[in-house]
Design a protein around this ligand. Sequence first.
Ligand SMILES: Cc1cc2nc3c(=O)[nH]c(=O)nc-3n(C[C@H](O)[C@H](O)[C@H](O)COP(=O)(O)OP(=O)(O)OC[C@H]3O[C@@H](n4cnc5c(N)ncnc54)[C@H](O)[C@@H]3O)c2cc1C
Length: 496
Amino acid sequence: MVLVTGAGPVGLTMAMSLKRLGVDLRIIDKNAERTDKSKALVIWPRTLELLDIQGCAEAFVAAGLKGAGARMLAGGKELVHVRFDTARSAFRYALLIPQSETERVLEEELAKLGVRVERQVDLHSFAQDDDGVSVVLDGPSGRTENARVDWLLGCDGAHSTIRMGLGAQFEGSTMRSEWMLGDVAIEGPLPPDELTICWTEHGVLALFPIIGGRVRVIADMGENMADAAPPPTLEELQAVIDQRGPAGLAARDPVWLSRFRINERKVTDYRDGRVFLAGDAAHIHSPAGGQGMNTGMQDAFNLAWKLALVVHGRAQAELLDSYSPERSAIGAQVLRNAGRLTEIGITRNPLLQELRNVAVGALGQFAMVQQRIVDQLTEVDLHYPDSPLTQSLPGAARRPAAGARAVDVALAESDGGHARLHEVLATGRFAVLSVGAPRVALPDTLRALATSAVAAENDHYDTGHVYLVRPDAYVSSSTGASDAGAIVTALTQLRA
Ligand SMILES: Cc1cc2nc3c(=O)[nH]c(=O)nc-3n(C[C@H](O)[C@H](O)[C@H](O)COP(=O)(O)OP(=O)(O)OC[C@H]3O[C@@H](n4cnc5c(N)ncnc54)[C@H](O)[C@@H]3O)c2cc1C
């Protein structure tokens, strides 16, 4: 039995992914209801690809708005304009969807699998030993439950009880700048499907379209505000829009006005024995780049297939050792990038502002730079080159390299009769993918761990190679077709 603690986007993704792979679980949340706040607004293409493996990307797309691009302005002049139709993904847009909707869709997907979130159940404490974890749960109306589970997954957010229970340091800092946030309707000349970011001498202003004709407004307010300042009024928000935004924008009908500070923190280790941390419980950072929730959901995809293989006795428990190094490296990278982007945006130094605007304005005209920005935002450039699961074999393919993302392709043949690579990965097994090469015959002892498949020559993979593709669509290793025995050996080492 697995206990998922927290039914935010990360816990729900974790529970959905595990349940699809047949893992017995409970998911609890101390809140009576899921959030009604828009909070994280973007699902990026890489997360949509991972949801596609789960067979539910379309449900999210139907609930959101396809963001076509992003533009950065300074002093009313456009510095950079990127279009997401250049994304190196089948999903060539940023899906603009409020977090409340993301959680609704995830909860509905989970319900289809027969799992209901147990609400008003608060994980009070836990203690682990070699065989399992004993948990104390405070239920509705003061009822206390003592339960025993095999694995405890801490998806319980920034103030994680589980992280604190482990005594794990949440290392980092709180930025000194204060931010203002508003979800409003806006009239005026604003692209309905593009993100607009304005760098000004007074600070940054970001405008994100949301479904239903609404817009998220975020602005940094400098360092000198009192800690307990009340939420901004609509008039204060409008004043900042007038000061920093494109001319002629009028905000009205606010549904959410708030202030926040940015924390940049991360744990070193995402695992302690039978207890794992994921999402905001493990890392929090600036919303610049909109990667927080996506990174957390990708933590969940990463852990779920590994835990499922171990729980079902198909892979050695050591497989779980790869979770923390893989996701901690990504967490650190996202934290660094978001932090830099924030610092650059909020600088009040006129000389630095001038240098920034000139440099970004010049570089931003190059298609190569624009593509680099799109690759980073869409998260298709996240790799696991240094993972313990990534192996460099003789005769390895160059494209995609070991550790890199494996793109979905049509299959000419597969042991399970699957039509696409993603369908194989949805089973939670590795794919042994031959590209323009004969199918690899797997021994019966490996069939619970991997499925053999063949794709014709295509634009994404090097012909004449065999790839070992992980269930979360990353290449673990590859080799020339005549050396496919090395892939079978690699799989044999993982087998329980
Ligand atoms: C104002 C605001 C704006 C944001 N804007 C953005 C944005 O634009 N882009 C972006 O990427 N991110 C944004 N974020 C961050 C984003 O919301 C988080 O990254 C995301 O919610 C993390 O998901 P999670 O599931 O890890 O944690 P959470 O969403 O915090 O969920 C944790 C859940 O655990 C439950 N829980 C906690 N403790 C216990 C316990 N002891 N027992 C049982 N249940 C428990 C909580 O009730 C909660 O439901 C924003 C956040 C805020 C607050």
